[in-house]
Ligand binder design. Structure first.
Ligand SMILES: [Zn+2]
Length: 271
């Protein structure tokens, strides 16, 4: 997110009336202060102690949320949720929809174990209501620390998921470590956690995301972006075939194999 975009977002929210010049001058900083003053409750943490670059991004995130786009947490880090919200906002301004094609591949690679989990259309019957307490009741204890993809100075050794998925997800990461070893896990960026539970709509769609059930995991979003195909995505490379086989053998469906995009993402639901 750049300063011009932040200025536009602040202008749309009514906090900024200066030029859209990409220069974070006093008027822009005043707009940032307005966002913090009027929307303090939506911030994760106390922005008064944050560096200016982070406060600017957080103000942009509040602006996105104000206009109905979903930037994820207002934390001042431009992760994939914020990037996606920015894309949707930008496209809406141009009068088009940031649609994400999820057309199933003709001959997707699959595994019989995936049949243990529902089709996307039947998720509520299997998982219960999206966003319900069971969607975060599962705890995945990681066999190696994972870095938070949008803030790599932070790491996690456990994350929350749907209570039905703690077991398969723990197994996936345990098997991955056994197969690759710690050095290759890091070299291949399989230790960059991009999120699991997240109550939001599907990107570029109207229905709820599989993440809203705590039934999907993202890894290294930066190099496996939502709309990228196998020609660009890091995780489409041959080094990752064993990982995806492990995911599928535990019932997971890699997006890259099912619809050929969003290689960061695997889910416990079939198309
Ligand atoms: Zn995802």
């Amino acid at each position: 997110m750049n300063v011009s975009q932040i200025q536009q977002l602040c202008a749309a929210a009514g906090w900024y009336s200066g030029a859209i010049d990409g220069d974070a001058g006093p008027q822009t900083l005043q707009a940032v202060a307005q966002a913090e003053l009027h929307h303090r409750a939506s911030f994760v943490g106390d922005p008064s102690g944050w560096p200016q670059s982070r406060r600017l991004i957080a103000a942009g995130q509040v602006g996105l949320a104000q206009q109905g786009f979903e930037p994820g947490s207002v934390d001042g880090y431009a992760g994939q949720n914020t990037a996606e919200a920015l894309t949707a906002w930008h496209d809406a301004a141009l009068g088009r929809v940031a649609a994400v094609g999820r057309k199933p591949l003709d001959a997707p690679r699959s595994h019989p174990e995936q049949a243990r989990y529902p089709r996307q259309a039947d998720m509520q019957a299997f998982y219960g209501p999206a966003g319900g307490p069971q969607c975060t009741a599962g705890k995945v204890d990681l066999p190696f620390p994972m870095l938070i993809a949008w803030n790599k100075s932070q790491s996690v050794t456990r994350f929350s998921c749907h209570e039905k998925l703690a077991r398969p997800l723990s197994d996936i990461f345990r098997h991955a470590l056994a197969h690759y070893g710690q050095a290759d896990i890091e070299r291949l960026d399989l230790n960059l956690f991009g999120g699991c539970f997240n109550y939001r709509k599907m990107r570029g769609g109207a229905s709820l995301s599989v993440h809203a059930y705590g039934a999907a995991v993202d890894l290294n979003p930066e190099r496996n972006q939502l709309r990228w195909g196998a020609d660009r995505a890091q995780f489409a490379g041959p080094d990752y075939v064993p990982f995806w086989n492990i995911v599928m053998a535990h019932g997971g469906t890699p997006a890259g194999y099912a619809w050929g995009k969003d290689w960061m993402h695997f889910q416990f639901a079939r198309l």
